[in-house]
Design a protein around this ligand. Structure first.
Ligand SMILES: [Zn+2]
Length: 99
């Protein structure tokens, strides 16, 4: 698959720069766990890194989420839970110190 091309000009909603064809890594949380897709064709802001994935590429991601292709590898991902922290003034919980 090649990066998206064409005469369409998309402007970054954050910094107003023009997005250019590129690749991004995309992650989503499915009902059966996380899915990571690397090198997804997208339009990327050269200024701030904002990315927009074209509709036809979303269709490919949906097919992958439905299990239409075998993954190239599996990864273990860390999971955190911030439900015990107050909404404001959040501090990252530190690892317990070894004694
Ligand atoms: Zn930008």
């Amino acid at each position: 698959m090649t990066p998206p091309t064409g005469a369409v000009q998309i402007t970054c909603p954050d910094c107003r720069d023009t997005l250019v064809p590129g690749r991004v890594d995309h992650s989503s949380l499915l009902t059966n766990g996380p899915m990571i897709v690397e090198h997804v064709p997208a339009f990327v802001c050269p200024q701030c890194g904002y990315s927009a994935i074209p509709a036809q590429t979303w269709e490919v991601l949906e097919q992958l989420a439905a299990g239409c292709a075998a993954p190239v590898r599996f990864a273990t991902v860390p999971v955190y839970d911030l439900s015990e922290l107050p909404d404001a003034g959040i501090q990252i919980p530190r690892r317990p110190q070894a004694t």
